[in-house]
Write a protein that binds this ligand. Structure first.
Ligand SMILES: *Cc1c(COP(=O)(O)O)cnc(C)c1O
Length: 440
């Protein structure tokens, strides 16, 4: 008999057995452990000889270790995932946290809960990564693009109020660069009309708004641990969180609706539909691994220092740019708002600098400063046009977005940068603005 949901979402307790359950999967051993170590600690150029020598010692030590070690018997959704989820829920001060494949899938689960389908509307900020609206577009819902607050480059609550309709089933605020969206008015609009709020907190693990951790303010929040985020689980991963009672369903919603606490006749488990807001839905598979959880658990332990380091770099840049007219720097921490400082969001004021952000970006690239803005107005992509979205009409309804994207906004990296790199970046930015003002 299977034990009631022990360990992870899907683990049979086979009891004492000469052929245990884990035997059905290939074991991982010294060979895999070594390849992980080689991957994480790459040989520096020119250091091959001493690298090889030390690696031989590591090899020998690992071989000896594995002689007395048993294999890991759980690789997916086991105790490490549970531990991580407890630690994350604790840190975020929320009731339920589920470690999943990625943030995109987190939005998917939350939107499945909202029973999102064709004809429904979802409000998202005009500028984000396409992942924010991938599921709504995929199921044929209509994405309504909210214009941006020109100061924060986040969703403007006033435009959300203008664009909300009886068909709006979800609002997806995005804390861009880790800077909090003004959630108060958005929650008010949503509560009045019983609309689900799903926070895209892909950049926002560890930030807060009016004392609440980002991602835990709406009905759901999804974090990303992809390699480009401020905290990672070996390159891919996500966390879906909620404070609602519905969180009891998260584990089943993450893994195909398998319910090990119930059995059908002559079988080990039952498969259930998940209770959505307006009716049942079928779950997908968003399971994550023990190794990814292990990585994230470690990073959680140093989250504070991760954010501190970014904040220090941001404060340095803010200080250097304070006296540079025409540069609009990001707001710092205050009583209400604690960003994660994932990215340094910066704008130029073309009226002062004489040229716009396109010149600014080109000059910085020429000077060897990376500024890869990975966000554009999503309605400009072929994907939206192919699905029948009218770019010009949407652009006309998002004037701030057009101005910010075409003329003002970019972002700079904050970490991992040495003090020397941050100084060099500040120097080149100031030099660039001076050249622009001189008409060069
Ligand atoms: C990275 C990112 C996502 C997607 O995260 P994944 O974990 O890769 O699915 C969603 N929204 C924004 C704003 C992002 O930058």
């Amino acid at each position: 008999m299977p034990e009631k949901e022990s360990g992870g979402d899907f683990r049979y307790s086979t009891g004492e057995a000469s052929v245990p359950w884990a035997a059905v999967g290939e074991h991982l051993g010294a060979c895999e452990a070594k390849s992980v170590i080689r991957f994480l600690a790459r040989a520096e150029e020119g250091a091959q000889a001493s690298y090889d020598e030390r690696m031989q010692a590591v090899d020998a030590a690992l071989d000896a270790l594995f002689e007395v070690a048993g294999p890991a018997t759980k690789l997916s959704l086991g105790d490490t995932v549970n531990q991580l989820e407890e630690a994350a829920a604790d840190l975020l001060d929320c009731r339920y946290a589920s470690f999943i494949t990625n943030a995109t899938h987190g939005f998917e689960v939350a939107l499945k809960y909202a029973n999102l389908g064709p004809g429904d509307e979802v409000i998202a900020p005009a500028i984000s990564f396409i992942a924010t609206i991938a599921y709504p577009l995929g199921v044929g819902a209509k994405v309504v693009f909210a214009d941006l607050d020109p100061r924060t480059v986040n969703m403007d609550p006033e435009d959300v109020a203008r664009k909300v309709t009886d068909k709006t089933k979800a609002i997806i605020p995005v804390h861009i660069g880790g800077y909090p969206v003004d959630m108060g008015p958005i929650m008010e609009i949503a509560r009045e009309r019983d609309i689900a709020v799903i926070e895209d907190a892909a950049h926002a693990f560890g930030g807060s708004y009016k004392g609440q951790m980002l991602g835990t303010i709406g009905d759901f929040g999804a974090f990303s641990f992809h390699e480009v985020k401020n905290i990672t689980s070996f390159g891919e991963g996500g966390l879906l969180v909620t404070n609602s009672d519905w969180g009891e369903n998260l584990k089943k919603a993450r893994f195909l609706g398998l319910d090990l606490s119930k059995q059908i006749k002559n079988w080990l488990y039952d498969v259930v539909a998940l209770p959505g807001k307006y009716g049942p839905f079928a779950a997908g598979n968003y399971s994550s691994t023990e190794i990814q959880a292990l990585c994230l658990l470690n990073q959680l332990g140093r989250l504070e220092s991760i954010i501190d380091e970014r904040r220090r770099n941001a404060e340095y840049l803010n200080e250097r740019f304070a006296s540079v007219e025409g540069l609009i720097t990001p707001r710092g921490d205050d009583a209400d708002v604690k960003p994660t400082w994932h990215l340094y969001l910066i704008q130029v004021d073309p009226a002062v600098t004489g040229a716009d952000v396109q010149t600014f970006k080109a000059k910085l690239t020429e000077k060897g400063i990376t500024n890869i803005p990975h966000f554009a107005p999503m309605y400009k992509f072929d994907l939206c046009k192919s699905l029948g979205y009218d770019e010009d009409a949407i652009a006309a309804s998002c004037p701030n977005t057009e101005e910010i994207f075409n003329h003002r906004f970019t972002h700079l990296p904050l970490y991992p940068l040495s003090q020397e790199q941050v100084e060099a970046m500040a120097d080149k930015v100031i030099e660039t603005v001076e050249e622009m003002k001189a008409g060069k």
